[in-house]
Design a protein around this ligand. Sequence first.
Ligand SMILES: CSC[C@H]1O[C@@H](n2cnc3c(O)ncnc32)[C@H](O)[C@@H]1O
Ligand SMILES: [Zn+2]
Length: 433
Amino acid sequence: MNNDKWLIRNGQFIVNAPETSVVKGCMMIENGRITYIGESLPEGEEETPFIDGKGLLFMPGLVNTHGHAAMSLLRGYGDDLALQVWLQEKMWPMEAKFTSNDVYWGSSLSVLEMLKGGTTTFLDMYDHMDQVARVVQESGIRASLMRGAIGLCSEEEQAFKLAEAVQFAKEWNGQADGRITTMLSPHAPYTCPPAFIEKFVQASYDLDLPLHTHMSETAAEVQQNVDSYGLRPVAHLEKLGFFDRPSLVAHAVHLTDEEIAVLASHQVGVSHNPGSNLKLASGVARVNDLLKAGVTVSLGTDGPASNNNLDMFEEMRLAALIHKGVSGDPTAVPAAEALRMGTEYGARSIFLNDTGTLAAGNKADFIALDIDQPHFLPYSDLISHVIYSASAKDVAHVWVDGIQVVKNGESLTMDEERIKSEAQAAFEGLLAR
Ligand SMILES: CSC[C@H]1O[C@@H](n2cnc3c(O)ncnc32)[C@H](O)[C@@H]1O
Ligand SMILES: [Zn+2]
């Protein structure tokens, strides 16, 4: 933990209360938490160590609420395919060959990309999760981790996967100085028989941990659910008690009005993954209607093999653009709302209540953008610029828990050259096996 007290002076800070706006002045950090943001230097702090924020825009770290980090090894391996073909013919055969070493280097590559691009918290659903947790420990990032379980196997294998998921969730919750939290995650209703999902719901009660799953990503999947169980995925999961638990669903592209009301009434969060949904031609989620119904909608990249990068600025921009385009309503998902989806709502979606905004009392998870660049001028509306003009490349500095992990665009905690060469070797090893 960081026990320093220090200040940023002469900076510009995006705050969300009482509304999303920019404050010019100072921010103070003590013991890894923000203790002050305001226009003037707090009294008696003239001698406190500080960094000069001139030319920088400080904002909350981005929160990526759905992904599979190790799939960076499969980036570019299987493009331009629909979800089921992509999964069954390209991803799953390769993933069957993944070792712990592959997951370690693939996740390292993704965490390096995420930190350098301003993501300070990510959700990860995968296998060999001890390796992902190790990467989180070493890199200094914050994460919500879970062993994803596909139940298209024998009951014996299902029991083994559930036991692994429970063991991982118990063992790692609160580790890495509290930066790791855990959830429980059956992969999807189309890959997990109802009785298997019910076991995850029971484990969620037993461990007092939230649930996460893929849901209603494609029209074909919704139809398959109706054919198999006589219900669409929302009613199916509701019947299995999934939504009686704190839960987050990824994608939720194909929803009816009634289903949106069900998600809202159970306070189910939705991780909207616009880049992945567009690339896999899954459709466009009803984000405007979800937000209007009071659903917490956050943003995720999904895995790097269906996106194909982990740039959360791109996801915020896509969210702000595509819902205007498909609705014909230029007021749909305004810039400030897209920004909250990428930060505040992200933290809320994964049940973190003291990160996601720059506010006194919150964890000091924040980033600084270099706004002394042509595409940020004129300084008319910096919130607009963050959504419509910025990209991951503009991130100069990153702090998590008040500890700097990226400085002048370079990682301070991860060995970039080693990670790139090991990831390339891991990919070649997968091709050769
Ligand atoms: C059980 S580990 C996670 C599992 O999820 C697969 N996956 C990656 N992206 C998607 C997606 O968009 N929809 C459904 N499943 C996805 C990944 O390949 C792993 O097998
Ligand atoms: Zn996914």
